[in-house]
Design a protein around this ligand. Structure first.
Ligand SMILES: [Zn+2]
Ligand SMILES: [Zn+2]
Length: 186
């Protein structure tokens, strides 16, 4: 995704609106749980600052995430705003301490939006995504997806049931021992 800003670059204060669609690479830094199969829409305004171009954008799209409770993939609509400063030499010291706005490179009169959009997108993705607010997750005892099935561990709390079953088994064993010793006594 790139926007042609060559016509405003020499006119400080001049703006142009833009509207772009394109896909965003998300797997680059090993976040395998996240993908964006469909193109994103990026719309906004680019304004010449005299030393570069300031871009403000609104991004909408869909990301595919793995639910942090049940581990199933699901698509989540996402929308966020992002902004960036585009200059010929983004590593120049003068931009370092200015503000929180990231600086990107201008290429031959074009702003390449991908890094800016990708950065905003990663900040917008929840740390612990849920396929739905009421996701029941996986049974802690048997691992079944409780949204899809009611497992054999049935009961209010899978873990409590497992604990209870073990307790009963242990009591049962003790009962047998007691029984056998009683039989000996008889
Ligand atoms: Zn889930
Ligand atoms: Zn279970």
């Amino acid at each position: 995704m790139k926007i042609d800003v060559s016509e405003i670059i020499e006119q400080p204060g001049a703006s142009i609106p833009f509207f772009e669609t394109g896909s965003i690479e998300l797997d680059a830094d090993g976040k395998n749980d996240i993908s964006a199969p469909d193109p994103f829409t990026v719309k906004g305004v680019a304004t010449s600052t005299g030393e570069g171009v300031y871009v403000q954008a609104n991004v909408t799209g869909t990301v595919r995430l793995a639910c942090s409770r049940c581990l199933a993939d699901f698509d989540m609509p996402i929308e966020f705003d992002c902004e960036g400063r585009f200059v010929d030499d983004p590593d120049a010291r003068e931009y370092e301490d200015e503000d929180d706005v990231e600086t990107y490179a201008l290429f031959d009169g074009y702003c390449i939006l991908d890094d800016m959009v990708q950065g905003g997108l990663i900040l917008s993705i929840p740390m612990k995504p849920l396929c739905e607010e009421r996701c029941k997750g996986l049974c802690p005892a048997c691992g079944a997806n409780l949204n899809e099935t009611q497992c054999q561990c049935a009961g209010l709390e899978g873990q409590a049931t497992l604990f209870g079953r073990k307790l009963l088994e242990a009591l049962g064993e003790r009962g047998k021992e007691d029984g056998s010793s009683k039989e000996k006594d008889v």
